[in-house]
Structure formats: structure tokens, C-alpha cells
Write a protein that binds this ligand. Structure first.
Ligand code: XIL
Length: 340
């Protein structure tokens, strides 16, 4: 069965194609996306480093291919991401002499970037991860050049870079949904409370925010049902939509990195990742548990997106997705289908 049919009337279901998928170089992965997904997020190609590598120089080609692929298949397109501390070139935060940019200059750069990128895909990319991973594990704003340069000085400036990013994204495409996206919201209550605070802050200023993305990079033993439910219910209580935006479940020790199109690292040829029957079962059980929780809260969940398409090209390596290295559905796939 096709996942998008299985979860029809519950939530959108999607994946994160890399460049090869949307440009026809990985037709089998494209076939999985076309069959199973009604929404996609580009794994890397809309990130600052990839789309705006040098001052004034935009590299639109790969993102255009992403949009064309999604439109051809009538998918809900998600843009990822506009303001992030990672995969953002160093020059963004520096002047020509290499010194830190002034607050006003960085805001001007952020504005230009957001208006250009969101503007180009106006009416076509329908939702944006406007700000990504702005929180640290305690739920306070993470130390980053965005915060240091734009938020420095006074307490009431702390949220400024987030406010501005959302305002400019809205200006660039008034019909687009705007999201805050982060990881670990389902494992740290403090961090989840920090996300709730961001939502409430924007709402109190009358700034549009439509949803919060729980990335949900999980493992065989986490998140707990309770942690995931806490995140969904406390975020939904603010009135925004909740979505699972980068779902995968790590099956092996941290540190291993697999394929990496974003930094053009070579694809892993490590095949020693076949799962034991026991691990297959654990993976299937964890996926089934997560989907049971999501279905229990289906009125608050609008979308569930996997971070990748199939195991061979997953950013964390191992066997974290529903389709194996040969594009075949795994035990975990059938376990997920059964929850519906
Ligand atoms: C990852 C990609 O999957 C990799 O290819 C890239 O090298 C690094 O970024 N949180 C996010 C995603 O919001 O953008 C990250 O994607 C994974 C963690």
C-alpha cells in the first residue's frame, strides 16, 4: 500500500529528497517518493550555504528542480530553511575585513536573503521552516551569530532575529505557512517549553506563525511516549499546527555518518549495516509506537515527513528509514501501515 493513501484524512506524509532524487539520477528513490509521499522537503538545497553560497550569488538550479519535481507530482512543498546557525556560510556574519557585521547590516542581509528565496517560490512552496534550531537544550536561545549580533544588548532584543525572519517571510509570501523547527522537543521538556515560549512571543506581537516542527530524530529507545505526547499537547495548546518534520530512527551508535549530498561527501559504501532480526523488530516497534501516538493526536498533527527516502542515502547511515538499501519496504514499513 502507498503510505499517502494509508494516512489520507489523517495527515500528510512525506520525505526529504536529496538533489539526485529530484534531478532524475536516483529514479528508484524518486519512484518511492512519487508512490508514497504527498509532501516533500529538500534535504539540503534550500539551505543558505547551498542556495546563496557567495554574496549576491544565488544558485537556484537544484531548488528549482525540487519545486518542479514536487509540482509534477502535486505535492505540498516545504521550504527548509531560512535562518539557521548551521550550513550558513561564514561570510554572512562578517564584513569585508572579516570583522563581525553590525546588527543593522546583518538584518539587511537576512532580509535580502528571505525576500529573494521565499519570493522566488511564492505560491509554490507552501510552508517554510523560517527559523531552525534556535534553542539550546535548556530551552533558552542558543548562542549563535544570529543571536549574538542581532539579539545582543538587551533582554527585549533577544527574540528580534526570530521576529524579523517571520515578518519578512510573511512579507515575501503572505499565503505561505510559517514554522519554527527544532530537534529534541520530544526528549527535553525544557526545550519544548522554550519552543512554546517562542510561539507565544510571536503571537503576542501579532506575528504570523502557523506551526512548530518536531524534527524527531529518534533512536531504538527514544523518544518515550510520554515525552512525545508532552511535546504535541503543549505545542498544540498554543493554537499552532504540530508536524513531525525529520523523522528517522537511529539504529547504530552516534558518530557514524552516511551519505552526504549537502557537503558533497561521498556516499558510504558500508554495507555492514544489515539489521539483525532483533533490531529489525525493535525498529518496527519504535516506529509503530510513534505512529500510534501521532494517530492518537491526529487532530493536532498536520504532516509527518521522513528525513530521507531510503536507508542508503540517509544522513545518519545505518537503517533508520522505512525502505532499505535496495529500496524495499522493511518490517518497520508494514508495522507503520498497521497502525492506521
Ligand atoms: C542534514 C542533512 O540531512 C545532511 O545531508 C547535511 O549534511 C546536514 O544536514 N536538522 C536539520 C536538517 O534541520 O537540515 C539536517 O539535515 C539534519 C538535522
Amino acid at each position: 500500500p502507498a503510505l499517502k493513501d494509508v494516512f489520507k484524512d489523517r495527515f500528510l506524509i512525506g520525505g526529504a529528497p536529496n538533489r539526485n532524487v529530484v534531478t532524475g539520477r536516483d529514479p528508484n528513490a524518486a519512484a518511492i517518493a512519487e508512490k508514497h509521499f504527498n509532501t516533500i522537503t529538500p534535504e539540503n538545497d534550500l539551505k543558505w550555504q547551498l542556495i546563496h553560497p557567495r554574496p549576491g550569488q544565488y544558485n537556484w538550479g537544484p531548488a528549482d528542480s525540487f519545486v518542479a519535481f514536487g509540482e509534477k507530482n502535486e505535492m505540498f512543498l516545504v521550504g527548509h530553511t531560512l535562518v539557521w546557525h548551521s550550513q550558513t556560510p561564514r561570510w554572512v556574519f562578517q564584513d569585508e575585513a572579516g570583522d563581525p557585521l553590525t546588527r543593522d547590516a546583518l538584518l539587511a542581509r537576512m532580509k535580502d536573503h528571505i525576500l529573494s528565496v521565499v519570493g522566488r517560490y511564492k505560491g509554490r512552496i507552501r510552508g517554510w521552516d523560517v527559523v531552525n534550531e534556535a534553542l539550546d537544550g535548556n530551552g533558552t536561545l542558543r548562542d549563535s551569530p544570529w543571536l549574538r549580533i542581532i539579539g545582543e544588548g538587551s533582554e527585549d532584543k533577544r527574540y528580534d532575529f526570530i521576529e524579523h525572519a517571520f515578518r519578512w517571510a510573511h512579507e515575501a509570501d503572505p499565503d505561505a505557512e510559517l514554522y519554527y523547527n527544532d530537534y529534541g522537543l520530544e526528549t527535553s521538556k525544557a526545550k519544548c517549553d522554550g519552543a512554546v515560549a517562542i510561539v507565544k512571543h510571536l503571537q503576542s506581537k501579532g506575528i504570523r506563525i502557523d506551526g512548530v516542527g518536531i524534527q524527531l530524530h529518534g533512536g531504538l529507545t527514544y523518544p518515550s511516549v510520554e515525552g512525545l505526547e508532552y511535546a504535541i499537547t503543549s505545542l498544540a495548546a498554543t493554537g499552532v499546527k504540530v508536524m513531525i518534520t525529520e523523522l528517522d530512527i537511529r539504529t547504530q551508535a552516534r558518530g557514524y555518518r552516511g551519505a552526504d549530498i549537502g557537503r558533497v561527501r561521498r556516499q558510504s559504501t558500508d554495507d555492514s549495516t544489515a539489521l539483525s532480526t532483533e533490531t529489525q523488530k525493535k525498529l518496527a516497534d519504535k516506529y509503530a509506537e510513534i505512529f500510534s501516538v501521532l494517530l492518537r493526536h491526529e487532530k493536532d498533527i498536520t504532516r509527518v515527513t521522513f528525513w530521507g527516502i531510503y536507508d542508503r542515502t540517509s544522513w545518519i547511515g545505518g537503517s533508520p528509514l522505512l525502505f532499505d538499501r535496495d529500496y524495499q519496504p522493511k518490517e518497520a514499513f508494514f508495522a507503520v501501515v498497521k497502525t492506521a
